[in-house]
Write a protein that binds this ligand. Structure first.
Ligand SMILES: C[S@@+](CC[C@H](N)C(=O)[O-])C[C@H]1O[C@@H](n2cnc3c(N)ncnc32)[C@H](O)[C@@H]1O
Length: 187
């Protein structure tokens, strides 16, 4: 898959700002593929915008559609301002704030990329509650071997266990890139 222009812009912002937490392949193209599959009127949520790389991949999957929406949440006002340097489609919005505080008020989503501390390493239950029936959750950076900090290793295991054992979910771990876990909320 070629790199969409909005992704290239987000990557340039990341380089300029020294932001090193942007999503890496193959999760970016995977987000585009999954975004393309959301149902009519679909709602997509990203927790943790960064400079907008994941948002841009998600947006690329919605190319040509006007029925779906994309919301991304970012805590850092500087990153929110950087994100706004690009011209985003009218159906894409950024909300500045803490994902954990916002999640109970955002409604339900057909696709969630949980990529902030809150809503993933903490408060994962809030994210699962926001997943619509049939909705898909994506988390990356799930390769345990990349981490030495015991607290972070415990957090990875906790997230993996929660997603694997929640009876509402059907979950798969994909050992590609930084390792991805996908979970679909059963209808
Ligand atoms: C891994 S980066 C996101 C990368 C981005 N999703 C991408 O694909 O390029 C995590 C982001 O989450 C933001 N963040 C951290 N805590 C947050 C919180 N409680 N609520 C919302 N965003 C948060 C950070 O400022 C950072 O930009």
């Amino acid at each position: 898959m070629s790199v969409p222009e909005l992704v290239a812009q987000a990557q340039r912002r990341a380089a300029r700002l020294g932001f090193g937490m942007s999503c890496e392949d193959p999760v970016g193209p995977l987000l585009a593929v999954l975004a393309a599959g959301v149902p009519e009127g679909g709602r997509i949520l990203e927790l943790g915008t960064g400079t907008g790389t994941g948002t841009a991949w998600l947006a690329s999957g919605l190319t040509g559609r006007t029925d779906a929406t994309l919301t991304t949440v970012e805590l850092d006002p500087g990153l929110v301002a950087a994100f706004r340097e690009s011209t985003w489609p009218a159906w894409a919005e950024i909300i500045e704030g803490d994902a954990a505080a916002l999640l109970p008020h955002l409604g339900h989503f057909d696709l969630i990329f949980a990529d902030a501390v809150a809503g993933k390493w903490t408060d994962l239950a809030l994210t699962l509650d926001a997943l619509a029936p049939g909705g898909v959750l994506v988390v990356d950076d799930m390769d345990l071997s990349r981490y030495t900090d015991p607290a972070h290793r415990a957090a990875v295991r906790q997230v993996e266990d929660t997603l694997a054992t929640d009876p509402r979910l059907l979950t798969v771990h994909i050992p590609a890139g930084t390792a991805i876990t996908l979970a679909t909320r059963r209808r």
